[in-house]
Design a protein around this ligand. Sequence first.
Ligand SMILES: NC(=O)c1ccc[n+]([C@@H]2O[C@H](COP(=O)([O-])OP(=O)(O)OC[C@H]3O[C@@H](n4cnc5c(N)ncnc54)[C@H](O)[C@@H]3O)[C@@H](O)[C@H]2O)c1
Length: 245
Amino acid sequence: MNLSKKIVVITGGSGFLGEYFTKALQEAGATVIATDRSGGAEIQLDVTSKASISSAFDAVIAKHGKIDVVVNNAAIDPKFDASADKNAALFENYPEELLKKSLDVNLLGYTLIAQEAVKRMLVQKSGNIINVSSIYGIVGPDQGIYPEGTQKPVDYFITKGGVVMLTKFLATTYGSKGIRANTLTLGGVFKDHGKEFTDKYGARTPLGRMANPEEVGGPLVFLASDASSYMTGANLIVDGGWTAW
Ligand SMILES: NC(=O)c1ccc[n+]([C@@H]2O[C@H](COP(=O)([O-])OP(=O)(O)OC[C@H]3O[C@@H](n4cnc5c(N)ncnc54)[C@H](O)[C@@H]3O)[C@@H](O)[C@H]2O)c1
């Protein structure tokens, strides 16, 4: 799983997993261009703006000559804190503007990134797109693990499910052009979740716990590498068994 000579662009590179993903790809030898909407990233790229994506990709190609792998990672994961209006968290009341925001970043953003990547990969006659999704793109929520009276909001499910289909569309449409696409589906990764949540999450998971961030880099490296060269349209599920029952 050697990524030396591979030029990899990742979106949301300044985020929680973006930083772990970048490190894992670099450790495998890749040249990683970590992009994000915010100023701290190596290259600023707003996934909701085609112009922003296009100029970032052009800058990478001007400097490195190609883009081998694009990791679609930037997304909004809507959460409600205890002080928020709990009623608004319920599906039937969930605000339209929040739905639109998630659709814009998580679904339109992934699609715009893929469009601009494919344009350049067709010229190269090769390329590899990895779409990061979630168990919530495959299965519905067990709302019982979330704080009493709240719900995990619907926008995460509809957008993450859409990502799985984006992958399949890209795989079947561009496989003959040397471009492959796969989904990396993750279960919950431990950050600063409270004990009540981690206990409930663990009880709902065959491996009994959330993932550690160090455990999700390897699967991404595998999909980015030639070790997965015969995989396209697939969904690599790294979820401690969550979706197995
Ligand atoms: N953390 C988890 O437990 C978990 C579980 C399953 C799947 N995932 C998926 O992993 C990916 C990364 O999640 P994370 O936990 O690191 O989230 P995060 O919120 O820490 O990071 C997301 C990053 O995306 C960036 N971003 C948001 N809008 C953007 C835009 N318009 N343009 C460019 N960048 C933008 C943010 O600035 C942020 O740096 C997401 O696709 C998420 O759905 C995460």
